[in-house]
Each structure stands twice: as structure tokens, then as C-alpha cells.
Design a protein around this ligand. Structure first.
Ligand code: M6R
Length: 597
């Protein structure tokens, strides 16, 4: 997490940096800061979002032609002006993303050597170490390289030194950094979105690499200091998001409405993708992901099992490296990630690779670390998602996974031609069904208000609807800040039912299958104990008087219908949050890209 940007361009650097930071705010919005070099080093820091920094820079201009900036998601040290980046030692300024895991030992050693610290962050050791190396006679780039060699953990940093005012040095070791060049100078940032309008070409740094940016130059070096050269890529403008931003109350609500188009695009993107034999003939699939992406994996499990007849295990990515990976022969790892830079998912991918597994990345950001590291990329084409809560990226992940299961099944000959035709038809129908759920917004908003007066909310489902309930509960807690928990409906009576009390909202999800009746019985059990019950039911299910409130969603093929219930739960969470006056696009404490373990 945290967004970093730096540039060498000779122009009004402070404003250009703030513009870049605004585009990186999805990575964190606790505090922001910048440092520029003009007539000396000028630093500006503000607690809160980038807007606060922008205001500060308007009131107290910072002039310079080279600079670095940062938007923070706090790990070590609470959000505050003091803990905001850049951190300074003498005339060295540094912005950092990631965690310096051995920061305590380094800080203690530096203190013994007479250094004093201004913040509580792990990051602040970096400029101090660079200063020491410079004092010992190293050149600027070499001082940064020596510093990086002392840091443990996954990180990326950009450093600036007042004594060498035309140069920025950046090092990546498990973080994400993209360098760019163009008419407006040389730039570096956590994501190329921050470089829009500044550069025309970019290159993503690989782990261990260092970039040295000068006026109009970018030089890349590997970890041992040997210069490397890599092909530059043209920046492709993100047209959907550049032209579709004005008529919606929030990015999140706009992105919910973009789901039909995003799903259709994803199906087109996957239509002619090849799959290697090793994936088609897999004996076992091991899925690993975090958050919503994990729930997409849970939902997908039954499709691989049912259609392709492959055994599937689904793991929370951060848990996967904690146990030995057993039974991996002909096991294909499927990593699911919107951003493609989630540190926990990357760690799971590395563990799979180390165990000799082939990996498939289901990923929305095509140039991400995860995409670059995978044997096969199976993309989603959701377009950029700005809202921190996953909406269109979740549904497109589900669609991509379904398409993957379907493709494997068809290449293995495990689905007949009739079924294959009808499944293809159902895929094509889905985008047209989502608007029918979105059209119920007013009713769902009214029901959502019923959930806001209690401190907690329970979500129930069986089979695929357990994954739907889990995603619904995650969306609800992220957006409303109320406690929400999903239970496999049958598990309720084994303990969780103890929390049911008068007025507790309980949301149950059912499809047109043999599980519905059992879930309805579980709903009756909580209703009898005073819960306010909300049922999200597929059209055609028999649920007379089963709940206080019912949201009916269109009927669809069994593998697709759960997604329509997900869309209803997105609206439910969204409107509960609106009723509570929450910041829907940027919920507190969260960041869109979670680049720390
Ligand atoms: O970028 P990823 O898909 O790897 O992110 C995984 C989770 O951090 C993400 O899904 C998170 O749970 C979202 N905030 C959910 O809305």
C-alpha cells in the first residue's frame, strides 16, 4: 500500500506531484506529503487525504523542478503529519512503500550512532542509512543500493538528495514501481495511472532493480549494479474511466452499473485464449486469493468440480505459505487478484512456484507483478475500479473463472455439445439480467435502511450461496463499518445462533435448488428469535412469508444466478452505507491495493 511518485521535469513539480498522488489515492489516504528541490529542499506534509496536501501547497507554494511525493496507508505509526512521508535525514528525502521488517534493529543501531528520528515509522531508517553511506563516500545511487541491501521485507522507495539535484534513485524489492519518460521529463510511480498525461512510455521495474532518473534520462540496473535494458511500452489511455465519471453519486455506484459491460468485455477477452495442456489436464486446482477475490474462488470451486471434474482446494492466500504444500503433482495454482499486486497473493504465488506448480493468474491489471510472474494470464477486463470495495472486479473474476472451468471442461470433453451451447448462451444472457437487479435500487435502498439501526448483521447461504453471503457480508462491513458475518446457513445452529437477538438483521440468499428449503428453515429459526429477516431469492423460488423483506432477482442458469444475488447485496451494502453517511468510495482504514503482508 501507499502510493509513491517522483519526477525530474523542470516544471511546476509540486502541482504535478499532487495530480499524480490523486490518482494513487486508492493505495492509501491517511496522510500525504511531498518534497521538491528548487532553491533548497522544501517539504510539505498534511494529515488526511491528498486534498489536504493540495490545499497546503496552494497556501504555501513549494517550488522546484524535481520532487517526490507519497500518499500513506499507515502500518507503523498512526496517521499524522509527523508520520507522513517524505522522511528526511540531512538533505536526503525518501518516500517508501512496503514494510522494513528489521526497522527496529536498524533504528536502534542508528540511534547508537547518534541519529535521531522524527517519526514512529519503519520508513525513516531509509534516509538515515542513505545519509550514512553518503557520508562514508558512496555516490548517491550506490548509497541507495547499499541501503536497500540492509532492508528486510518487501518494499519500494524513491530517494532525492539536495547535493545531486538532477537525480532521483528508486529501488524495488517486492513493491511495485513503474518508470516513465516523455515530453514532460522522467517519472516514477507505484502505478502507471499516476503518470497519465506526463509520459508516453513506461517500464515496470523487476524485483531487485534500481532506476536512476535524470533530466530526460532513465537508467535501469540490476541488484549487482549492472545496467539492464528493457523494452518500453506505450501508455494506453483508460477510456472508460476517463469519459464516464460525472453522472454518478460515487465511483462505487458507477462501477456497479458498469458490470454488464465489464462482463461482456471479459467474455470477449477470453474467447480465443489458449490454455496449455498442463492446465487442461490438471489433476487438482489450488486456488489462492484474498478478500473478495477469495470469495470469487470459493464460488468458482463447484464449477471446476461439476463441469471439469477436477478436485479444487481454495485457500486464503495469506494462510497458504504457513503449511507445507503437499500433493502438488499435476496441481495447477490459480491466483485471483484484481490489482495483481496483493502481497499475500504474491507470496502464495511464490510458494506455488517454489513447489514446482504451474500458475494461472486471474487478474485485472495486466502488467501487474502477479500477471508478470504467472505461467498463464487469464484476464478480467473490468476496466479500472476506483471504489475501494470490489464490485465489477468481483463479478468479472467470477465470470472469468466460470469461463476457465467451462473451457477446461470442453477441452477435456467433459461437457456434451448441447450443454456447451446452452452454457455459452447463458453467459451471453447475463449482462442483460444485471440491469433488472439494479432497477430495484429504490426498494433495496428502503430495505437497506432497516439494517442500519443494529450494530451487526448476519448473512446466510448454503453451497454457492455461502460464497455469495460471504461477499455480501464483506461488502456490508467495508462500506457501513458495522459488524457483519457470513455463516454457512447449516452451521448457524452449531453456535452462531447464540448471537441472534431482537432486531438483528439477518440476510439469507437462496437460488432455485434443493438447498433453498433448508436455508429457509434456518431463516425461520432466526425469525422465531426476533431477527429482522431479509431474503434475497431467485425468481421462481417458493418462499411465501419466509422473511420480513424479500428482494427477488431474475432467474438464470445455476452457475450464473448467484452473481445476480451478489449485485443485490452490493446495492444493499451501498445504501446502508449511504444512509449512515459513510465515505463509500474510500472507507476508513482500507486501501485498494494491499501491498504489505
Ligand atoms: O487486488 P486483489 O483482488 O488481490 O485484492 C484482494 C482484496 O484486498 C480485496 O478483494 C478487498 O477485500 C476488497 N476491498 C474487497 O472489496
Amino acid at each position: 500500500m501507499c502510493g509513491i511518485i517522483g519526477g525530474v521535469n523542470g516544471n511546476d513539480m509540486a502541482h504535478a506531484l499532487v495530480d499524480g498522488l490523486r490518482r494513487l489515492e486508492y493505495r492509501g489516504y491517511d496522510s500525504a506529503g511531498l518534497a521538491v528541490l528548487g532553491d533548497g529542499l522544501t517539504v510539505r506534509k498534511a494529515n488526511g487525504p491528498v486534498d489536504a496536501l493540495a490545499l497546503l501547497v496552494r497556501e504555501h507554494p513549494a517550488r522546484g523542478s524535481i520532487g517526490i511525493a507519497h500518499t500513506r496507508w499507515a502500518t507503523h505509526g498512526k496517521p499524522s503529519r509527523r508520520n507522513a512521508h517524505p522522511h528526511i535525514s540531512g538533505t536526503v528525502a525518501v518516500v517508501h512503500n512496503g514494510i522494513v521488517e528489521n526497522h527496529a534493529a536498524l533504528r536502534a543501531r542508528l540511534k547508537d550512532l547518534g541519529h535521531s528520528f522524527a517519526s514512529e515509522t519503519d520508513s525513516e531508517v531509509i534516509p538515515h542509512l542513505i545519509s550514512r553511506a553518503l557520508d562514508a563516500g558512496a555516490g548517491f545511487a550506490e548509497a541507495c543500493r547499499q541501503t536497500a541491501a540492509q532492508l528486510e521485507g518487501r518494499f519500494a522507495f524513491v530517494a532525492m538528495w539536495a547535493d545531486e539535484p538532477g537525480t532521483l534513485v528508486a529501488i524495488q524489492a517486492g513493491g511495485a514501481l513503474v518508470v516513465g519518460r516523455g515530453l514532460h521529463g522522467s517519472w516514477i510511480a507505484s502505478d502507471d495511472i499516476a503518470l497519465t498525461g506526463k509520459v508516453t512510455q513506461t517500464v515496470a521495474l523487476e524485483d531487485g532493480e534500481m532506476a536512476v532518473l535524470g533530466r530526460g534520462t532513465v537508467d535501469l540496473f540490476d541488484a549487482s549494479g549492472v545496467e539492464v535494458s528493457r523494452p518500453w511500452q506505450q501508455i494506453v489511455p483508460d477510456e472508460e474511466n476517463d469519459t464516464d465519471g460525472t453522472d454518478w453519486p460515487t465511483h462505487t455506484r458507477r462501477e456497479m452499473s458498469q458490470q454488464p459491460a465489464a462482463i461482456a468485455r471479459t467474455l470477449v477477452a477470453l474467447a480465443n485464449r489458449d490454455l496449455p495442456e498442463s492446465v487442461v489436464n490438471a489433476r487438482r486446482i489450488l486456488i489462492a486469493a484474498c478478500g473478495s477475490s477469495y470469495y470469487a474462488g470459493l464460488l468458482a470451486r463447484s464449477w471446476f468440480e461439476r463441469f471439469a471434474g477436477i478436485r479444487v482446494d481454495v485457500e486464503i492466500a495469506s494462510e497458504l505459505p504457513s503449511r507445507p504444500l503437499l500433493d502438488v503433482s499435476r496441481t495447477v495454482g490459480v491466483l485471483i487478484s484484481q490489482s495483481g499486486e496483493t502481497a499475500d497473493t504474491m507470496a502464495a504465488a511464490e510458494a506455488m512456484k517454489a513447489a514446482g506448480m504451474q500458475t494461472v493468474a486471474v487478474v485485472n491489471v495486466q502488467r501487474s507483478r502477479l500477471a508478470r510472474s504467472a505461467d498463464v494470464v487469464w484476464p478480467t477486463a473490468a476496466g479500472r475500479e476506483v471504489g475501494v470495495a470490489a464490485t465489477k472486479t468481483f463479478t468479472t473474476q467470477c465470470i472469468a473463472l466460470m469461463a476457465l472451468a467451462h473451457r477446461i471442461a470442453s477441452l477435456r470433453g467433459s461437457v456434451g455439445l448441447d450443454l456447451e451451447d446452452s452454457l455459452r448462451g447463458e453467459f451471453e444472457r447475463l449482462p442483460a439480467l444485471i440491469p433488472a437487479v439494479l432497477e430495484q435500487e429504490a426498494d433495496i435502498a428502503r430495505i437497506a435502511r432497516e439494517t442500519t439501526s443494529h450494530h451487526s448483521c448476519i448473512f446466510l447461504g448454503r453451497g454457492n450461496d455461502f460464497a455469495v453471503a460471504a461477499e455480501g457480508a464483506l461488502k456490508f462491513k467495508e462500506l457501513t463499518y458495522l459488524h457483519a458475518e457470513a455463516y454457512a446457513a447449516g452451521e448457524l445452529k452449531h453456535g452462531p445462533i447464540a448471537v441472534v437477538e431482537d432486531g438483528l438483521p439477518v440476510v439469507a440468499c437462496i437460488g432455485k435448488d434443493h438447498l433453498a428449503e433448508k436455508t429457509l428453515s434456518n431463516l425461520a429459526e432466526v425469525k422465531a428469535r426476533g431477527a429482522v429477516t431479509i431474503l434475497v431469492a431467485e425468481e421462481g423460488t417458493d418462499h411465501q412469508d419466509a422473511a420480513d423483506f424479500v428482494i427477488t432477482v431474475p432467474s438464470a442458469a445455476p452457475m450464473l444466478a448467484p452473481l445476480l444475488r451478489v449485485v443485490a447485496l452490493q446495492l444493499l451494502a451501498y445504501h446502508a452505507a449511504v444512509a449512515l453517511d459513510r465515505n463509500v468510495d474510500r472507507p476508513r482504514n482500507l486501501a485498494k491495493s494491499v501491498t504489505v503482508e
